[in-house]
Design a protein around this ligand. Structure first.
Ligand code: F6P
Length: 319
């Protein structure tokens, strides 16, 4: 292995820059040449390769987003597109690729590996929904963003004795909602992993209002329904008035937390080691505080398990 490439793909996540920095610096430390591919897989097809030096990743560890830009590129599923990508990578003397992204991005990396081009994945998504790793880059930062946003919403909810519904991202996973529920002391969380029962929620809200509670915060994961839909159901079924706050893409931005920077740096360093060791078709991850690697296919064929004990905890602590 003499020259590797790195790209970011799918929805961006805070800490991706820290991971790019780690890949580039570790590779150079090991005597490899590195190129950055702009705009994800699409950039391979368009030959958007930029040589990376120690200096090109200076001053980025603290920045949100990704200096290499990101893109979703569904065409990459096609066989001839993948063949062309490999031809382009080889034309530029590249013999290994690090892909930073979510499980959709791993499919492309696995296909390239199966066609003989070595790839390693790094989990980067705010959704924390990749099987095989307990944490993904960006989750901790997004969680803090949600928590601080809810703290602010709580201030005004208390002043005006209003109830709020906060809609958070996460695609089909409830981790952001679940963890934010505990961290921000929400009265209820509604997540895809637990069947939603509107009557049960109404009962809980009624009970807490009867014991004198004047406001409440409910967090709904986008994978269940929108905040506005939940507000509509509460109004129609029980005349419960709520305000709705959709946090949206602010959850994907911002300077990464220390935890995300450290995770990204560890993942980046390990991904380069794996390529040097001749291991490919794998992704790096963290389990029980230890770095692990596992088959890329495990990540997109398996099912992410949310820590449902946090659901019960939120209910128990908000009686
Ligand atoms: O996967 C990250 C994520 O932010 C999800 O939480 C969300 O559902 C999706 O991306 C939004 O994607 P887009 O920015 O393409 O609308």
């Amino acid at each position: 292995m003499k020259k590797i490439a790195v790209l970011t793909s799918g929805g961006d996540a805070p800490g991706m820059n820290a991971a790019i920095r780690a890949v580039v610096r570790k590779a150079i430390y090991e005597g490899l040449d590195v190129v950055g591919v702009e705009h994800g897989y699409q950039g391979i097809l368009e030959e958007r390769f930029q040589p990376m030096t120690l200096g090109s990743v200076g001053d980025i560890i603290q920045r949100g987003g990704t200096m290499l830009y990101s893109a979703r590129y569904p065409q990459f599923k096609e066989d001839d597109v993948q063949q062309q990508a490999i031809a382009n990578l080889k034309k530029h003397g590249i013999d290994g690729l690090v892909v930073i992204g979510g499980d959709g991005s791993y499919r492309g990396a696995m296909s390239l590996t199966e066609k003989g081009f070595p790839c390693v994945g790094i989990p980067g998504t705010i959704d924390n929904d990749i099987p095989g790793t307990e944490y993904t880059i960006g989750f901790d930062t997004a969680l803090n963003t949600v928590m601080y946003s809810i703290d602010r919403i709580r201030d005004t909810a208390t002043s005006h004795e209003n109830s709020f519904i906060v809609e958070v991202m996460g695609r089909d996973a409830g981790d952001l909602a679940l963890w934010a529920g505990v961290a921000a002391g929400a009265e209820a969380v509604i997540i895809p992993e637990v069947d939603f029962n509107i009557d049960r929620l109404i009962q809980r809200l009624t009970k807490s209002s009867m014991r004198g509670k004047k406001h409440s915060i409910m967090i709904v994961a986008e994978g269940v329904m929108s905040g506005h839909e939940l507000a509509k159901q509460l109004k129609e079924k029980a005349q419960i008035e709520t305000r709705v706050s959709v946090l949206g893409h602010m959850q994907r931005g911002g300077s990464p937390t220390a935890r995300d920077r450290v995770l990204a740096s560890r993942f980046g360093g390990r991904a380069v080691e794996l390529l040097i060791e001749g291991k490919s078709g794998v992704a790096v991850g963290i389990r029980n505080h230890l770095l692990v690697d596992y088959q890329l296919s495990e990540a997109y064929e398996g099912k992410h398990e949310a820590d449902i004990s946090l659901y019960a905890l939120t209910e128990q602590l908000s009686i």
